[in-house]
Design a protein around this ligand. Structure first.
Ligand code: GAL
Length: 477
């Protein structure tokens, strides 16, 4: 079988397996009383413009405890335009179910009007699934220019060979560690700033019977997310960018070093880690039943929205009332591991309304509504920091400005979807079985597949004149 037919076979399997599972999870969630995810507009909607659909669908994984920011955004959009947005939520952090549900719809020729995607090669996986490739998606470059997003640094990073196939709506940071200050104080542990300090702290906590590192196996992504941050700390940004393009040597020693450290930390996971999802892992740490959680700043949004009495503080300003200290993952100070959520619009009868939605979402106005509740920061540098309800977001604006390098998160957008899925599963299996050889095999295959898919696509991140991170992959010249 050719590699593309293997991919199609994978996607077909996903249609059969994942979508019913996602639908089941969603219906269980509804039975469990989780409120409907779409917030109605706060005032009576205006009449929709004649000729435009009055209702469109937006596919997303922002459901359950992660719904607040998107619901506020949709409510405001409907109020402004009269277009109702039906939020079709396929739960599962990081899009573990949603991404494949969208691919299946695209393959079936029934794409949603708009869908959530990350900046990065992830979107090329949708092109591969579509009958006419990238031509099946609206080229949003002129809209990006109209709303100035193309002038922002995160916007420029998001371009695929100079074009926008999705519009960025925020800037999340993946290389963060959340630490329960009370737990650290109780055992005399100083907030770690290096990998050695982190390993020492984890050992001390483990000896005292406290789960040190609380990652989650049920929605898989925080396990790979942890490995990724260790690899970033060990290998640095250049090797990281090469990983994204698949041009890194699979025998690079940083891969082994990162894996060894990862396995040391796995030994300090709580015994029920495999049944936790990311929101329950955050809950463990907020409640002091574990010390550390490594995640992106969507956890800031979760804590802000769901635990209003919990005080977060950045590591360089630990106040006496602080409950949760937020810091760059040890060894990655000065690096911004970017996760940029974006909206893409397939061509079709609803495309005009879909573009209007994406344009509003990515605009200054949309980003001012969305980001405060999401835990992320806006892409526009001229948006004042006083819009953010948490001091962590204000600190992140400064951290981003001061960062000396930026990379795209491997777990959130910087990998093709099939490669990503294999690595997600591989990291969980590694944590469960400690079978390192199998993991190195998976890494090696992942790098090869990543490289060949990039090469085949011909794209690069950024523009040919100004490639992302200053790195030109071999196929770009
Ligand atoms: C990321 C996404 C974030 C957040 C997180 C947890 O992939 O970019 O916005 O949704 O997953 O679900």
């Amino acid at each position: 079988m050719s590699s593309s037919s293997q991919r199609y076979a994978l996607y077909a399997a996903i249609i059969i397996i994942i979508i019913p599972a996602a639908a089941l999870a969603y219906s269980l969630q509804r039975q469990a009383g989780v409120p409907e995810t779409t917030t109605p507009p706060t005032t009576t909607p205006m009449e929709a413009t004649p000729g435009k659909p009055s209702k469109i669908s937006f596919y997303t994984w922002w459901a359950g405890l992660e719904r607040f920011a998107i619901d506020a955004l949709i409510g405001n959009f409907t109020e402004k335009t009269g277009i109702q947005v039906e939020k079709t939520a396929v739960p599962g952090g990081a899009g573990v179910n949603a991404k494949f549900a969208i691919i299946a719809l695209i393959m079936a020729g029934k794409p949603p009007a708009a869908f959530q995607v990350h900046c990065g090669p992830e979107i090329i996986s949708y092109f591969v699934a579509a009958p006419n490739g990238a031509d099946d998606f609206v080229d949003l470059t002129s809209v990006a220019n109209e709303i100035d997003i193309s002038k922002t640094a995160p916007g420029q990073a998001c371009m695929l060979s100079g074009k926008f196939y999705s519009l960025p709506v925020n800037l999340h940071r993946a290389n963060l560690i959340f630490m329960n200050k009370h737990v650290l104080d109780k055992y005399g542990v100083k907030p770690p700033t290096t990998l050695d300090e982190l390993l020492d702290a984890a050992e001390t906590l483990k000896e005292n019977g406290v789960p040190a590192m609380v990652q989650a196996g049920a929605d898989q992504f925080t396990v790979l997310h942890l490995w990724e941050q260790i690899f970033l700390a060990v290998g640095g940004p250049e090797k990281f960018v090469k990983f994204m393009y698949g041009t890194l040597d699979p025998n690079d020693p940083a891969l082994k070093e990162a894996t060894d450290i990862f396995l040391d930390l796995v030994d300090t996971f709580p015994s029920n880690w495999a049944s936790l999802d990311w929101t329950s892992a955050v809950d463990v740490v907020v409640k002091g039943n574990g010390a550390f959680h490594v995640d992106g700043d969507w956890a800031v949004g979760l804590i802000y929205n769901v635990y209003p009495d919990t005080v977060m503080c950045p590591i360089d300003n630990i106040t006496p009332d602080c409950d949760i200290i937020v810091a760059p993952f040890p060894g990655t100070q000065g690096i911004y591991n970017m996760v940029i959520d974006a909206v893409a619009v397939p061509k079709g009868p609803e495309q005009e309304a879909g573009v209007e939605f994406a344009k509003f979402f990515a605009s200054r106005e949309g980003q001012r509504i969305f980001n405060p509740l999401k835990g992320s920061i806006a892409d526009y540098p001229d948006i004042p920091v006083d819009i953010y309800p948490t001091n962590i977001q204000k600190w992140e604006v400064e951290q981003y400005k001061a960062s000396t390098s930026q990379v795209f998160s491997l777990t959130h957008g910087a990998l093709f979807s099939d490669v990503w899925q294999k690595l997600l599963q591989g990291a969980v299996v590694l944590a469960q079985t400690k079978a390192e050889d199998l993991w190195y095999q998976t890494l090696s295959e992942a790098l090869a597949s990543e490289r060949s898919q990039w090469e085949k696509s011909g794209y690069i991140m950024g523009t040919p004149e100004s490639p992302f991170a200053g790195y030109k992959p071999p196929w770009s010249s």
